[in-house]
Design a protein around this ligand. Structure first.
Ligand SMILES: Nc1ncnc2c1ncn2[C@@H]1O[C@H](CCC(=O)c2cccc(C(=O)O)c2)[C@@H](O)[C@H]1O
Ligand SMILES: [Zn+2]
Length: 380
């Protein structure tokens, strides 16, 4: 893909103003959907049952939740005014994004903060007809800030069960290592993920996030080996802010079953062929890649190259309020970049269900629902 992908760990010029940012608690899709998507497709996407496979727990905190937590903790530099968050969530590069992200992590200080955040994230997902989501949680960030590990697990599980009964949205967890925090973080994350007394029922996978530059993937192999031996799926971020060799490392050393982002895979035709042949899906998050400056513009995003190479693509939102997006908007973006109609969008939604870690009856139920919805829509 040549110049369309740039390492985002290096300084960038100031972020431009981004249109369509949400400041309050209006329906999520109303202000965000790519204005270039046809109105009819937007309406279709809004009602389409979906699965979200790559979305971060703290990165999903709505402006209302962030400002509520910021008001509770006035020592924080995070703005308490939701409108001011629009500017606060404007990033000059990936490193700046992580810095801001960690300031929001700092707001989550009690098990009740964790429960509230988790339940409200589920509410936002349910509003977008998300039936199933794998939420990436970084337990190390919370336990090292003093939240009791047992109370943390109870809080996320309590929210998961309440969300499923109240909204019908099924949540599962991916515990990720914040790679930049080093092997201490890896050790702690795998302990929390595999200790039978702690491991939450909803945990299905093990990940690796944060900056990639200076954080080689192979060093995490022993921790992924332990997680995989304990029955967890491997879903590291790779190729978001570094080149295709990081994706190869994630496949070879971490036995990745899906790749978070994988954007730079487009630079390596052999890698694309490998991903296609071995049916390793990419969790593509287009707007995230623009917001963190990993890719310059949406039109330069390599998603079409992935599809043309036969790679399984899923559409995801990553850290939606921080990037001024939501899952519906990401589907609208995908429709434009891939030139999809309703059936194409329904196929994308079914891809995500198919490569999720939900059980087979659960997958069949959501796929049937997607088909029934699409037929009803086309028969109107
Ligand atoms: N687009 C993204 N691409 C990659 N990751 C993303 C993305 N979005 C959100 N994340 C999250 O950011 C965390 C990073 C946290 C981190 O680096 C760090 C470093 C040192 C100390 C601590 C601490 O907590 O004390 C944390 C990751 O674990 C991941 O879950
Ligand atoms: Zn991510």
């Amino acid at each position: 893909m040549g110049p369309s992908h740039r390492s985002a760990d290096h300084p960038r010029p100031p972020a431009p103003c981004r249109p369509g940012r949400r400041s309050g608690e209006e329906p999520l899709t109303e202000h965000l959907v790519d204005p270039r998507a046809p109105r009819d497709l937007k309406a279709f996407v809004a009602g389409l049952p979906k699965a979200e496979l790559h979305v971060h727990h703290v990165g999903s905190a709505s402006p209302r939740i962030v400002s509520e937590l910021a008001a509770r903790h006035p020592d924080s530099k995070v703005p308490t005014d939701p409108a001011a968050l629009v500017d606060y969530f404007s990033f000059t590069d990936f490193a700046h994004f992580i810095e801001v992200y960690l300031s929001v992590v700092d707001l989550i200080r009690t098990p009740e903060d964790v429960r509230l955040l988790t339940f409200e994230v589920a509410r936002d997902l349910a509003r977008q007809q998300v039936r199933y989501a794998e939420l990436t949680i970084t337990p190390f960030s919370s336990t090292r800030r003093g939240i009791d590990e047992r109370a943390f697990m109870d809080a996320i599980e309590d929210a998961r069960k309440a969300a499923e009964s109240e909204f019908g949205t099924v949540l599962r967890w991916c515990f990720d290592i914040p790679g930049e925090a080093g092997l201490v973080a890896a050790q702690e994350t795998v302990r929390l993920a595999t200790d039978d007394r702690l491991r939450p029922e909803g945990l299905v996978s093990f990940g690796l996030g944060g900056p990639e530059v200076g954080v080689p993937r192979p060093q995490f192999k022993p921790y992924f080996d332990r997680a995989i031996a304990a029955g967890l799926h491997s879903v590291p971020h790779a190729g978001e802010t570094t080149g295709p060799e990081t994706v190869w490392d994630a496949l070879t050393h971490l036995r990745a079953e899906r790749i978070g982002h994988g954007t730079s895979s487009a630079q390596d035709p052999k890698l694309l062929a490998h991903l296609a042949e071995h049916r390793i899906p990419l969790e593509v998050c287009p707007t995230s890649n623009i917001a963190t400056r990993a890719v310059r513009t949406l039109d330069e995003h390599p998603i079409k190259e992935f599809v043309e190479a036969g790679v399984i693509v899923t559409i995801n939102s990553d850290d939606p309020p921080m990037f001024g997006t939501d899952l519906d908007n990401e589907y609208a973006v995908a429709a434009r970049l891939l030139d999809l109609d309703e059936r194409g969008l329904a196929d994308l939604a079914k891809n995500a269900v198919e490569v999720s870690f939900l059980d087979e009856p659960g997958k069949a139920r959501i796929k049937d629902e997607i088909d029934a919805y699409t037929l009803r829509w086309l028969d109107r």
